[in-house]
Design a protein around this ligand. Structure first.
Ligand code: TYD
Ligand code: MG
Length: 460
């Protein structure tokens, strides 16, 4: 390849965007192996020209003269989506929607595009992954239609930008950023340089035209938005769609939001005709509970600011061969091992020859220590073959000496439990507040240790 003198070869990490003049086996910045790719750096524009250009284009404006009315949010007809965005879409904002392949990003955004086209104005849906006909097929399945939803099957981003100017939509969806390329940038689609430059180009258009743009980004095995973490810095808002592939529930979680709180989650259920909002998730997660059984406890966790009641199931069986197995589904395995150790040593349960399986019903992932006690109680219940009262919700973090520790936002959790018809809550002694409980029509039972809590939890 012939290069003009100004072009330079650099090596760019496809994970984090780190640049090095030499090839290295391991990125010096993020530590990823074999992630550096040879890239021809685009020639820098002659300095005189670019300074003159930008001086002619934007000037500083006194704050007082700026119009804040520009930030009137575009209403989002999907309530759960709206809540995560902070109550609507800010004009000119760029929102990145990340998630594993196949989790439902295209489905969700096509539904968003459809309902916005219906109620607000023209929407441009750019698909780089599927042909226009495939998008149509999906739209039929989702009963999304309408004259104002424009589909563009295109991967050349400069063409997309032209169409954005042409159509002047109220919203643009780019699905996905990894398929987009700028012909002017000398590297392959999906590479960190392309992804970054494409996102920058979209950002410029969004800011200049005040058209909000949603970008879909796939997530790598390591959990970062594919390749570039740099992308997260460029955009205004980062949302993740998560869930278990074989379960139907999906959580839309705000990770970064320049225009709202990141503490919100939206809950959806994947159905035959798309993602349906779940406005009372606790009721759904507890929906399949049958009367009292061994090894089932109800935990109250918080997803952002939203309390969620989930059923935690445990099964213990005598190990028949070799080492006992511990399997955790929906909670951290390390946490289960710690709780098992506490139950063995502090409560005196003979778990050392028991296989232990723990599962969070509904495919939810619970990472909060506030669910510790529910896990411990469920394991003990299965082991001793006694059932836990069905009107009891269990809240508390378990310490290594078997003591119970208080958890954040107890009031919210109790209120949600009361909402769902629970009459009694088992909570750490130190957090007990009879007055609060009375207001909610609940009885709270304080326990100082796991051992005490287990005795209380048995069905009378
Ligand atoms: P998709 O939106 O294509 O995922 P992504 O864009 O994140 O890769 O979702 C694909 C999955 O969703 C696929 O396994 C089928 C399922 N699905 C439904 O269950 N119901 C539906 O109505 C649709 C459109 C998809
Ligand atoms: Mg897709």
């Amino acid at each position: 390849m012939t290069r003009s003198p100004r072009q330079r070869v650099i090596y760019v990490c496809q994970q984090c965007g780190y640049q090095s003049p030499r090839w290295e086996g391991r990125c010096a910045d993020c530590g990823a192996w074999n992630s550096l790719v040879e890239t021809v750096e685009a020639p820098e524009p002659a300095p005189g020209r670019s300074v003159a250009m930008s001086a002619g284009m934007v000037r500083p404006v006194p704050l007082a003269q700026l119009q804040s009315s520009r930030f009137e949010r575009v209403p989002v007809p999907i309530g759960e989506f709206s809540r995560v965005l902070g109550g609507g879409i800010v004009p000119g904002s760029v929102v990145l929607v990340g998630g594993d392949p196949g989790i439902g990003k295209s489905t969700l955004l096509l539904q968003l595009a459809g309902s916005l086209a219906d109620q607000v104005g023209p929407v441009l849906y750019v698909s780089g992954e599927e042909s226009a006909e495939q998008v149509k097929l999906r739209a039929d399945r989702l009963s999304v239609g309408g004259e104002r939803l424009f589909v563009l099957a295109e991967t050349a981003l400069d063409q997309v930008l032209v169409q954005i100017e042409e159509v002047r939509p109220r919203l643009v969806v780019v699905d996905s950023i990894q398929t987009m390329y700028l012909p002017a940038v000398p590297s392959a689609a999906g590479s960190v340089t392309q992804v970054r430059e494409s996102a920058m180009a979209l950002l410029r258009v969004a800011k200049a035209t005040h058209i909000p743009i949603f970008i879909v980004g796939h997530v790598t095995k390591e959990g970062a938005i594919a390749g570039p973490r740099v992308l997260e810095h460029i955009v205004d808002t980062v949302l993740y769609l998560e869930g278990e592939r074989f379960h139907s529930y999906r959580l839309l979680r705000g990770v970064k939001n320049r225009f709202g709180s990141t503490n919100e989650v939206g809950v959806f259920e994947m159905q035959g005709d798309g993602l349906a909002e779940v406005s009372n998730p606790s009721a759904v997660f507890l929906g399949e509970r049958t009367g009292p059984t061994f090894g089932s406890a109800v935990a109250v966790t918080l997803e952002g600011t939203r309390p969620l009641l989930v059923e935690i199931q445990a099964l213990t069986t005598t190990t028949t061969f070799g080492l006992p197995r511990r399997t955790a589904n929906g909670i951290d395995l390390g946490r289960l091992l710690v709780l098992t150790a506490v139950l063995t040593k502090r409560v005196g349960l003979g778990l050392s020859n028991q296989d232990i399986y723990v599962n969070v019903v509904g495919g939810l992932k619970v990472s909060e220590p506030a669910a510790d006690l529910a896990v411990a109680v469920a394991v003990a219940s299965s082991f001793r073959e006694v059932s836990i009262a069905t009107d009891l919700a269990v809240i508390g973090e378990v310490g290594l000496s078997g003591e119970l520790r208080r958890v954040g936002q107890l009031e919210r959790r109790l209120a949600e439990a009361a909402n769902l018809g629970f009459r009694r809550c088992l909570i750490p002694q130190s957090a007990a507040s009879p007055r609060l409980a009375q207001q909610l029509g609940l009885t709270t039972i304080g326990a100082a240790s796991v051992a005490e809590a287990i005795e209380i939890a048995w069905e009378p």
